[in-house]
Ligand binder design. Structure first.
Ligand code: KIV
Length: 312
């Protein structure tokens, strides 16, 4: 990474992304769904953040991405936008937020921009080109998404690699060109063989990013939970490389805390608020005399019990 290409505090824009591509530098692209992750990614020099609808799975525990809603996505998008001062932030349009009509697409894309996103992403090629045109006509930067498109899970028959034959790649090229003509600034290719992705990139004249699409693209996206090791689920894509074991770190911290609480090692004196010793003594005295007063009824009850026993 050349420092000149990535000035530490200069906001990444489409101009920056084109400049990176011209210099042959890969953009660093991650998903983020919350404020701290966005801040850490920003500090680490990440160029682009996708507030993915994968939040349905990574953050909300759903089985797939289909059930996440616009209000839920906007909470995640706002948090990421507040944390990411430098990265280019892209909001991911959830299922049925753009498929139904141009009006709904523009309204929902606009809501992501109002929440602080720099652009939006939507899945599909030629069949969503009209929507893409409507959103770009409204002044919104749009990224397409081709290949494995999780919102078409039913049609694609699961999470399957796409573009494995020349015919299939030709179809992806037609779709990418339709997105470009509709005004999209780029496309994300998911789960596509490297050779196919290279061919698609050479066939269009806009930015091409990849997640599981090999090295011949303008930048690499990974889901941050996969990279950090805190995804709770069974999906383990081939293209993911783990850089941390956050699951182990978090679980062992919680276990250590539980042990300290149960063994009464926590809280220790250093976790307690100190006060003036004379005030502390007064409070202690008050506690003692309260204990004596509240003990009285028990003594009286004892005496009554003894009296009753004597009367018998
Ligand atoms: O939602 C998401 O994170 C995505 C990626 C899987 C490409 O769309």
């Amino acid at each position: 990474m050349s420092a000149a290409a990535r000035p530490a505090n200069r906001k990444v824009t489409l101009t920056t992304l084109h400049a990176l591509r011209e210099r042959g530098e890969a953009a660093v692209f991650l998903t983020a769904y919350d404020y701290p992750t966005a801040v850490f990614a920003d500090r680490a020099g990440v160029d682009m953040l996708l507030v993915g609808d994968s939040a349905a799975m990574t953050m909300l525990g759903h089985a797939n991405t289909l059930s996440i809603t616009m209000p839920e996505m906007l909470v995640f998008a706002g948090a990421v936008a507040r944390g990411a001062k430098r990265p280019f932030v892209i909001g991911d349009m959830p299922f049925l937020s753009y498929q139904v009509s141009d009006e709904l697409a523009v309204q929902n894309a606009g809501a992501f921009v109002a929440a602080g996103c720099d652009a939006i992403k939507c899945e599909g090629g030629a069949r969503v080109a009209r929507r893409v045109q409507a959103m770009t006509d409204a002044g919104i930067a749009v990224m397409g998404h081709l290949g494995l498109t999780p919102q078409s899970l039913g049609q694609q028959g699961g999470y399957r690699v796409q573009g494995k034959t020349l015919n299939a790649v030709d179809q992806l090229i037609d779709d990418a060109q339709a997105l470009q003509e509709a005004g999209a600034f780029g496309v994300l290719l998911e789960a596509v063989p490297a050779e196919a992705a290279a061919y698609i990139r050479e066939s269009v004249d806009f930015l091409v990013y990849g997640i599981g699409a090999g090295p011949h693209v303008d930048g690499q996206l990974v889901i941050s939970h996969d990279l950090l090791g805190n995804f709770v689920g069974d999906i383990q894509p081939r293209f993911v490389s783990r850089y941390a074991n956050v699951d182990d770190v978090v679980e062992s911290a919680f276990r250590a805390y539980a042990g300290d609480v149960r063994e009464r090692r926590f809280p220790a004196p250093q976790h307690c608020y100190p006060i003036d010793p004379s005030h502390e003594a007064q409070i202690r005295d008050a506690r003692r005399s309260r204990r004596r007063t509240s003990a009285l009824p028990e003594i009286a009850l004892d005496q009554l019990t003894q009296l009753a026993a004597g009367a018998r």
